[in-house]
Design a protein around this ligand. Structure first.
Ligand SMILES: C[S@@+](CC[C@H](N)C(=O)[O-])C[C@H]1O[C@@H](n2cnc3c(N)ncnc32)[C@H](O)[C@@H]1O
Length: 264
């Protein structure tokens, strides 16, 4: 007798550290699993940029106007397009049919959907975000049948069991978290040995007066400005190998593989 394939939601539940008490369809009433319940905020608030992501307006214009426009300002004219970013992330993660991938701070799910297409029906693509309005938009812009599903949770303390994901993407968000180091620790734990991570985040310019402009912009928007090289070093100290970094404007895309430890 043919057995039916578990849904992406069922597979997601199986990867969680703690089973939500009412585990089952009731928790997916909003079509995403909500582990933050009534709380408006995922983790401690960090400022304006994070607050805007929870409004109703920004998510409606986010994917087609906000992100491409601000992304272009941040990356500069020679930086990748949005489609280019998706292709870079997919390639650097080495996604293949059957892979499991977590898109941390997925926003409206542009990357989550593309990853779903890359991993195919045997794979799993989970979009995680703290904003209800972003997740509502993500659900509205794609089919959640197949490998794609969404989760509302804090990116800084991922709710997954250790070594459960083949790949983690976190684009345009690490600089917005209250504790980026705790987030990187959490990503490291959730990745399987040999699993790949890719991050797009801020990169403060080295020369004045632009360095001062970057610092002030970061303070005003509540976003951390990382130094060039800083994220690669953070991955290295967490045991990542095959680290690559590319810069565009005030952004850096950093990727790496979680070291495979040989027992014995
Ligand atoms: C600028 S958007 C990035 C969306 C998408 N990754 C992209 O590249 O377009 C940042 C996202 O991070 C989410 N976010 C910020 N802090 C978070 C946290 N602590 N936990 C979960 N999501 C968070 C926001 O809700 C927002 O959707």
């Amino acid at each position: 007798m043919p057995t039916s394939r578990p849904t992406a939601q069922e597979r997601l539940l199986g990867l969680l550290k703690e089973k939500p008490e009412e585990a089952g369809p009731a928790l997916f009433d909003q079509h995403y699993l909500d582990l933050l319940g009534a709380s408006e905020q995922a983790g401690p608030p960090t400022g304006l940029a994070q607050r805007l992501m929870r409004t109703s307006l920004v998510p409606t214009i986010y994917e087609h106007y906000w992100r491409p426009a601000l992304g272009r300002v941040a990356k500069g004219l020679s930086g990748p397009s949005m489609a280019g970013e998706v292709a870079i992330a997919t390639n650097l993660l080495g996604l293949e049919p059957g892979s499991s991938v977590l898109d941390v701070a997925c926003g409206t799910g542009r990357f989550t959907r593309a990853f779903g297409a890359a991993v195919g029906p045997d794979g799993l693509s989970v979009g995680l975000d703290g904003s209800r309005t972003m997740l509502a938009r993500a659900l509205g812009s794609g089919d959640t049948n197949g490998p794609v599903t969404y989760l509302r949770a804090d990116a800084v303390a991922l709710p997954f069991r250790p070594s459960t994901m083949d790949a983690i993407c976190c684009f345009a968000a690490l600089h917005m978290f209250a504790d980026p180091d705790a987030a990187l620790d959490s990503f490291t734990s959730v990745l399987k040995p040999g699993g790949r991570v890719v991050l797009l985040t801020s990169a403060r310019r080295a020369w004045q007066p632009m360095r001062l402009v970057d610092t002030l912009g970061g303070i005003a928007s509540g976003q951390r400005m990382f130094e060039r090289g800083e994220i690669g070093e953070k991955l290295r100290t967490r045991g990542f190998t095959e680290i690559s970094v590319r810069y565009a404007g005030i952004t850096q895309i950093v990727a790496g593989s979680r070291r495979v430890t040989i027992a014995g």
